[in-house]
Design a protein around this ligand. Sequence first.
Ligand SMILES: Nc1ncnc2c1ncn2[C@@H]1O[C@H](COP(=O)(O)OP(=O)(O)O)[C@@H](O)[C@H]1O
Ligand SMILES: [Mg+2]
Length: 237
Amino acid sequence: MDRIKTGIPGLDELVQGGIPEGSSVLLSGGSGTGKTIFAMQYIYQGAKEFEDPGLFVTLEGNLKNITWNMQNFNWDIKSLQDKNLIKIYRLNLDSMRHQRSVDEQIDKELEIISQMVQEIGAKRLVVDTTSAFGVWVREEGALRGILYRFTNALKDLDCTTVLTSETMGGKMQFSAFGVEEFVADGVIALYFTPPHRSVFVRKMRGTNHSKTVHPFDISDAGIKISSKDEIMWEAIK
Ligand SMILES: Nc1ncnc2c1ncn2[C@@H]1O[C@H](COP(=O)(O)OP(=O)(O)O)[C@@H](O)[C@H]1O
Ligand SMILES: [Mg+2]
């Protein structure tokens, strides 16, 4: 089986060398646990180390914030964007309020994403964050349907995908709406129990993986996981 090396220090060791190619991985965690940084680093390392083109779809903030966030890490995103190895797209929820039915608008966005993936030949795809759909569609049944359709459709693209989901922070809650973890082939959970950050691979279809919790740090170089160190499950709050 082919694997995608994330390039995030310490992570690939936890999943026997990399994420199974073509899988769809849910990255879950409470606010401020490092999901956006992790997702950016996945795209950045892929482009820089492996020349894998990557598409970063953001549903929150604005493009300025994203660039600013990456500059924070001294990652030279600009030159990789110029080489078409990184593309950033803001899925525009605001304009989707009007006129067309929600389903049609989702189809339109999926079409745009699919086109961008083809344009740069993306091997890596990020959607940050699926939880934003909750702001946009209020009725729970409709929301679940849309989320299911959206995340499922992304699986047809020829990419290895990371979807982030913002939880309330409970250690056994892996997605905001329950749908995301159901669709995903893998689930990686990030925790922040001040002052300690930790990561846990909850599931990864098609490969063996670490069953313990590992500490990680965020610094100017981004995320670094100490794959050889372990944290007790009981220590996570
Ligand atoms: N340069 C840095 N060095 C150390 N920690 C940082 C740095 N930049 C951001 N952080 C930490 O990362 C957190 C934000 O992570 P982020 O990925 O945006 O979280 P999430 O997307 O899960 O809400 C900040 O609250 C801060 O604690
Ligand atoms: Mg975020």
